[in-house]
Design a protein around this ligand. Structure first.
Ligand code: GLU
Length: 277
């Protein structure tokens, strides 16, 4: 009988232990303290674009992603974790970045993402690290000179799912039809094959496309303000503070300006002197 009760006791206490352990483990990845985990693993995992020349573009030869945002993410990682800190990169698109962050697959998004009031309801942002503005890319010689020229039935504007650029078309050219592609590589292909009169997104992204495709030019200037921020999950005040402090250090050390010049210095239409901090 005694043995039986001892056995029951053991079973009950192991069940209790399992319950306690699973309760600890049930804290979802996105809720865990990012700074504590990053220090333990010596790694910050960043969501970056892989289809966006100048900001984040995959080099198919070695599968490395290169661009201004990749370099910035590396610099910020080293500021937070020290010189041996590792930045890992996960490829995102305008529509996958938010769910990947919310599910805890990435710690932060540095992917041409504008700080907007709608997005601030779902995620937090660092302060802005780049000032972009929405513009248009058209074929050289196109009659479209600015966004108002697209405000008629029969005009098709190309954009990317998950970008706020496609929503802005409804404000600036409400009569135009918007065709949303899944990423910027596909949107450029659609423009080249004549599926729309113009491709719309931020000027820096379009400048990168125009470098690759000299027959296509930016037109009409910037018609919105798009300040890019690093998006992180809510309830990560320590991470947000560290990111902002790291950003300040990267700016004050002159590294920010060096990276701006490295990526945008020779790009027609980008005035680096105006962008320097
Ligand atoms: N900055 C805009 C946005 O956050 C357009 C660029 C993009 O698609 O990432 O939606």
């Amino acid at each position: 009988m005694k043995k039986f009760f001892r056995l029951v006791g053991v079973i009950i206490s192991s069940l209790a232990l399992v319950l306690v352990l699973s309760a600890c483990g049930s804290k979802s990845l996105a809720d865990q303290n990012v700074v504590t985990r990053a220090k333990r693993t010596n790694t910050i995992t960043w969501g970056v674009k892989a289809d966006t020349k100048l900001f984040g573009l995959m080099d198919v030869k070695n599968s490395h992603i290169n661009g201004f945002e990749v370099d910035m993410a590396k610099a910020i990682t080293k500021q937070i974790l020290g010189p041996k800190g590792k930045a890992e990169f996960v490829q995102v698109t305008s529509s996958t970045r938010m769910p990947l962050l919310k599910n805890g697959n990435i710690d932060a998004i540095m992917a041409t993402m504008t700080i907007t009031p709608e997005r601030l309801k779902q995620v937090d942002f660092s302060r802005s690290y780049f000032d972009a503005g929405q513009s248009l890319l058209v074929k050289k010689g196109s009659p479209v000179k600015n966004v108002r020229d697209l405000n008629h039935k029969g005009a098709t504007v190309l954009g990317v799912v998950g970008s706020n650029s496609v929503q802005n078309v409804a404000k600036f050219a409400p009569k135009a039809r918007v065709l949303q592609l899944s990423d910027y590589a596909q949107a450029m292909t659609a423009l080249k094959s004549g599926q729309g009169e113009a491709l719309t997104t931020d000027n820096g992204i379009l400048a990168g496309m125009s470098v690759e495709n000299p027959g296509y030019v930016l037109t009409g200037g910037a018609f919105t303000k798009e300040p890019y921020g690093i998006a992180i999950n809510k309830n990560q005040p320590e991470f947000k503070r560290d990111l902002n402090q790291a950003l300040t250090k990267v700016e004050q050390s002159g590294q920010y300006n060096r990276l701006l010049n490295k990526w945008f210095g020779n790009v027609p239409g980008m005035n680096v002197k105006e962008m320097e901090r």
